[in-house]
Design a protein around this ligand. Structure first.
Ligand code: NAP
Length: 551
C-alpha cells in the first residue's frame, strides 16, 4: 500500500494543513523520507467528531453479529497488510521484527476476543426485575437494565505498542465492541504504521456497510489535536496510554469541560517485585537471571517493567544482586522508541544515580555507536532511603531498576505501604514464605491491579480475567482494566427501562430473550435455554435452572 501522509476522516483521506512531519527512524537517528505527513488541526477534529456523532445511533444499533463481523474484518485486514506493516513498524520504532510479529498476533487475537465478547452479549448486563402488581404494601413496577455505549470515544495511540495499543489496539477494539465510534489520535512515533492500520479499519467499515463516522484517524503535533479532541462536547470518553504528565493533562481537560467525561489513562507504574527469604535461599541466582531478562525485554519500555525490587538484606539478597548484575552486563544496549524517550531514560537514571546512598551495581553493554540505545542499569539502596526519596519511585521507562534492602520484614511491609498505586506487584515465594506472604497480601491488594507469584510482570495475557489497571498513578481510574475482555466496561453505561411495553424494549431486554443471552431475572441468573411461558399476552422466560455467573 502506498502511504500518502493523509489522515482518514470517515471514508475520506485528506492532508492536514497544520504543518508537515516526517516519520523518524530511531535506529538510524534520521527522518524517513516518504511520505510527508500533513498534521491536523481543530477543523479536522470537528469533521471527524461530527461524523462520529452522526454514526453513533446507527452503529450502536447494528446487530451484535454484524458488529462482531466488523471487528473480525479489522483483524483480517491487518493480517492482509503482511510484511509491509512489520517493516514499517520496525523502521519507525526500532523494535525487533519478531517482537512486532508477536505484537501483531496479539492485536489480531485481541480483536477476535472482542468479537466473541460482542457475539456472546453478556457485556450488555441484561437484568430484569418483573412487575409485582400484587406486592404489599405497594406494587412493584417492571424494571429492566441494559448497558449502552457512552458515545464517540477518543483514543490516544501508545508509543510503546505500535500495534497492540495503538490504532487498532485494546482501547479501539474495546470501544468498537461496546458500540462506540472511535477517533484515534496517532502517536507521532509511528505515523506510517498508524496509517496502514487505519486503512485496514477504514476498509472494514466499508466492507461491512457501516456509517463512515465509525472510525477516523488524525495526526497532530503540538497537542492541539489531542486537546481539541478531549475538549469536544461530542466526545464522551478517552482511552490513553503514556506518561503521567500527559495522562493528567488530558484528565484536567476532561474535568474542566462543561460536561466532564471519563479519561481512562494508563500512566506510570514501577511494578515492585518482593523477594521472600525462602525463595531467595533456594533460588536467588535463578530469580536474578530471570529478573534481568524481564527488565531488559523490549528495552524496558513496558508499563509492567519491574523497576523496583524489595527484599530483606542478607547474603541471599547479595546472591540475587550478583546474578542479576552478571546477567545484565551481557545485555546489549537496545534502540529505544524515540529520541525523547531515550533522553528521558538517561535523565531518569542520572537522577537515581545522584540520590545519596544509591549505588550502581551493574550496567549492560554500552551503546557504542548505536543511536538512541539504552544501556541497562541496576541500582541498590536501603529502605530508609526509598521512604524519603520520591526520585526513587519515578518510572524510568527503560531497562533500569532499583533494589531495596530492608532490615527486616516489618521494614519490608513499610515499603509496601509506602509505594504508590501499581499495575502489578510480584512475589517470589516458596512454601516456607506463605505465612509472611499472607501478611503482605492485604497491603498489596490495596496497591495493585494484578498480583503475581513466581513469575515476572512483563507479558500481559489478553483474556477474560486479566486486569491491567490499578490505583493512581498507575491509572486515572482504578475501577477498570485496559487489557482483557472487561476493558469494554469503560465505554458502557447502564440504562433502566421502567414499564416499557415489550414492543418498545431493546431486543436485549425483550421477554422472549431473542438474543439468547444469560440474564439476571428477578435476582437469579438464568440460561438462554429456559422454557418460554406467557402472561398477559407477553412471552416470558421461566427459569429452568440457576447457574453461577457465566463470566
Ligand atoms: P506522552 O508524552 O504521554 O504522549 C502520549 C500521547 O499523548 C501523544 O499522542 C501525545 O501527543 C499526547 N499528549 C501528551 N500530553 C498531551 C497534552 N498535554 N495534551 C494533549 N495531548 C497530549 O507519552 P510518550 O510520547 O509515549 O512517551 C513519553 C514518556 O511517557 C516516556 O518517556 C515514558 O516515561 C512514558 N510512557 C509510559 C508508558 C507506560 O505504559 N507507563 C507508555 C509510554 C510512555 P504529542 O506526541 O503530539 O505530544
Amino acid at each position: 500500500m502506498i502511504l500518502t501522509g493523509e489522515m482518514l476522516i470517515g471514508f475520506s483521506a485528506l492532508r492536514g494543513t497544520g504543518g508537515d512531519k516526517r516519520a523518524f527512524n530511531p535506529a538510524t537517528n534520521s527522518d524517513i523520507a516518504e511520505p510527508v505527513f500533513g498534521m491536523g488541526g481543530s477543523e479536522e477534529v470537528e469533521r471527524a467528531v461530527s461524523l462520529a456523532a452522526q454514526a453513533f445511533d446507527v452503529y450502536r444499533h447494528v446487530t451484535l453479529a454484524k458488529r462482531a463481523a466488523f471487528i473480525e474484518a479489522i483483524a483480517e485486514n491487518i493480517l492482509k497488510l503482511g510484511d509491509e506493516l512489520i517493516e514499517r513498524a520496525h523502521a519507525e520504532t526500532g523494535l525487533p521484527v519478531p517482537r512486532l510479529q508477536g505484537e501483531r498476533a496479539r492485536t489480531v487475537g485481541q480483536l477476535r476476543l472482542f468479537a466473541k465478547v460482542v457475539r456472546d452479549g453478556h457485556f450488555l448486563g441484561s437484568t430484569i426485575d418483573h412487575a409485582q402488581p400484587e406486592r404489599q404494601p405497594l406494587p412493584r413496577v417492571d424494571l429492566r437494565l441494559a448497558k449502552m455505549p457512552l458515545g464517540p470515544v477518543a483514543v490516544f495511540g501508545a508509543s510503546n505498542f505500535p500495534l497492540a495499543f495503538s490504532v487498532a489496539g485494546g482501547d479501539t477494539a474495546s470501544a468498537l465492541a461496546a458500540g462506540a465510534p472511535v477517533i484515534v489520535k496517532a502517536h507521532g512515533a509511528h505515523l506510517g504504521t498508524s496509517a496502514l492500520v487505519g486503512r485496514a479499519i477504514q476498509r472494514a467499515v466499508k466492507e461491512q456497510d457501516l456509517p463512515e463516522g465509525v472510525f477516523s484517524l488524525l495526526f497532530g503535533a503540538g497537542r492541539n489535536v489531542g486537546e481539541a479532541l478531549v475538549g469536544h462536547p461530542q466526545i464522551k470518553a478517552v482511552g490513553f496510554t503514556g506518561s503521567r504528565q500527559g495522562g493528567l493533562a488530558l484528565v484536567r481537560i476532561a474535568n474542566a469541560r462543561p460536561e466532564p467525561i471519563p479519561v481512562y489513562a494508563e500512566m506510570s507504574s514501577i511494578n515492585p517485585v518482593f523477594l521472600f527469604p525462602g525463595a531467595l535461599a533456594s533460588r536467588a541466582e535463578a530469580i536474578g537471571r530471570a529478573f534481568a531478562d524481564s527488565l531488559t525485554m523490549g528495552a524496558g519500555q513496558f508499563c509492567t517493567n519491574p523497576g523496583l525490587v524489595v527484599a530483606i538484606d542478607g547474603p541471599d539478597l547479595d546472591r540475587f544482586i550478583g546474578a542479576a548484575g552478571n546477567a545484565l552486563t551481557t545485555k546489549p544496549a537496545q534502540t529505544m522508541l524515540t529520541p525523547g524517550i531515550f533522553d528521558a531514560y538517561c535523565e531518569g537514571t542520572r537522577t537515581v544515580a545522584k540520590v545519596p546512598d544509591v549505588t550502581r551495581v551493574a550496567q549492560g553493554e554500552p551503546a557504542g555507536k548505536r543511536q538512541n540505545s539504552a544501556q541497562a542499569a541496576l541500582y541498590v539502596t536501603d529502605a530508609q532511603r526509598l521512604l524519603t526519596s520520591t526520585e526513587l519511585e519515578a518510572e524510568m521507562f527503560g531497562p533500569a531498576s532499583v533494589v531495596i534492602r530492608a532490615r527486616d520484614f516489618d521494614e519490608l511491609l513499610k515499603v509496601a505501604e509506602h509505594v504508590e498505586g501499581q499495575l502489578t506487584i510480584t512475589l517470589q515465594i516458596d512454601a516456607a514464605d506463605h505465612a509472611d506472604a499472607r501478611r503482605l497480601l492485604p497491603v498489596l491488594e490495596r496497591k495493585a491491579g494484578r498480583i503475581l507469584v513466581n513469575g515476572f510482570p512483563t507479558g500481559v495475557e489478553v483474556c477474560h480475567a486479566m486486569v491491567h489497571g490499578g490505583p493512581f498513578p498507575s491509572t486515572s481510574n482504578s475501577m477498570f482494566t485496559s487489557v482483557g475482555a472487561t476493558a469494554i466496561d469503560r465505554f458502557l453505561r447502564p440504562v433502566c427501562y421502567q414499564d416499557l411495553p415489550d414492543a418498545l424494549l431493546p431486543d436485549v431486554l425483550k421477554e422472549a430473550n431473542p438474543l439468547g443471552l444469560w440474564r439476571l431475572v428477578d435476582g437469579e441468573f438464568i440460561t438462554p435455554t429456559q422454557a418460554v411461558g406467557c402472561v398477559d399476552g407477553l412471552q416470558f422466560a421461566t427459569k429452568q435452572r440457576t447457574m453461577n455467573l457465566p463470566i
